[in-house]
Design a protein around this ligand. Sequence first.
Ligand code: FCB
Length: 459
Amino acid sequence: MTMSAEKSLVLEDSGVLRFPEGFVWGAATAAYQIEGASREDGRGPSIWDTFSRTPGKVHAGHTGDVACDHYHRYADDVRLMGDLGLHAYRFSISWPRVQPDGSGPANPRGLDFYDRLVDELHGTGITPIVTLYHWDLPQTLEDRGGWTSRETAERFADYAAIVHSRLGDRVETWTTLNEPWCSAFLGYASGIHAPGRTEPELGFVATHHLLLGHGLAVKALRAAGADQIGITLNLAPVLGDDAEAASIVDGLQNRIFLDPVLRGEYPADVVERARRFTDWSFVQDGDLETIGQPIDLLGVNFYHPHTVAARTGEPANPVYPGTEGVAFPRPDVPRTAMGWPVQPFGLTDLLLRLSRDYPGTPLVITENGAAFDDVVEDGRIDDAGRLSYLDGHLRAAHAAIEGGADLRGYLVWSLLDNFEWAEGYAKRFGIVHVDYTTQNRIPKDSALWYREVVRRNGL
Ligand code: FCB
């Protein structure tokens, strides 16, 4: 199966919303969030090992040391995906398993794990979708500056080539980075995520080196023969009556990534506004050409829109440097356990906007889902809140397809409850429940519902 299936008519019969033929249904996870086995088979430390051990950074001092023990239970987890009828599985590769200190020769035992996983997926009829970087930078690279250093971008391209040389015969679809906004602005500007640095300027420096790493990796993968390459961005429509406030946040959340990747340029207004933090001298000749290499897919992670308002005296939000005077009011709508507003129409708006402003790149929803406080009762999890969230967002995605968006697939976040970064294990996003004491898995009601959606290719 490929992501390039031609779209056929979206039929609606007897009240069933059907998705285009060949639409890809799946689920997503990330290495640090599920694998555990943090010291096994030569894996080196990552910035999340360090950060999660830093007092006060992660809820209750949780770490990814054991997580869902997926490293040992991957075959059972693949069987579970098979039972749910999934077409595709998006997982990430742990860079410090492959190169324990982020450079030099590969650690074959680290690659062996992904080799086994890919074979298991193929054996179950599930298409692997590989994310090369989902936030677990080797600590040794961070010690040399991490994403504030240009060298990290170069090392990333080497690593991409190593992974491709081992898996490229069986993996067709490659994602370079997951959500570089989080790496840059949560990791280096606001300190909410690893490595926990808190300098606004570094948010911009890291953004550029992440994007450069993306471009160099695209080149390396292309040279090695890959032809389904993309990047995953966390994108969000910005709502609110004040057009300037909305545009400022839109620039920092969306356009600072979309424009260089899909148009080969940084948005002028974002560059200008950030001049009080940086002179942008880290952008070198030729970088934007590298970053703007053609890609084959854009991965869209969507959770909720943002709402902003102009309010004199409001301090800047540290995750969006330079947003003094912009407030983030809470719309009066239902919320998930993360406190995130449930506003599915935002997904329709976003997909249509991408089709309009950045035409020609097929879209895949690489993450969408919700945390709720699940209760296990008699071995069953009635997660009506999550089910309704997913149903609403699939209807919103369908509306975007009908409006002309070239959406090729949907991957729910997440297959399993897992280590939710700074929230530790306190927030559960899985459609499958994980008991962290026994490692027992139970498909929640949303998983059983999703199995039917996949089977019917519709709602
Ligand atoms: C996204 C991340 C993913 C998960 C979800 C809830 O930002 O890519 O790992 O944490 O949010």
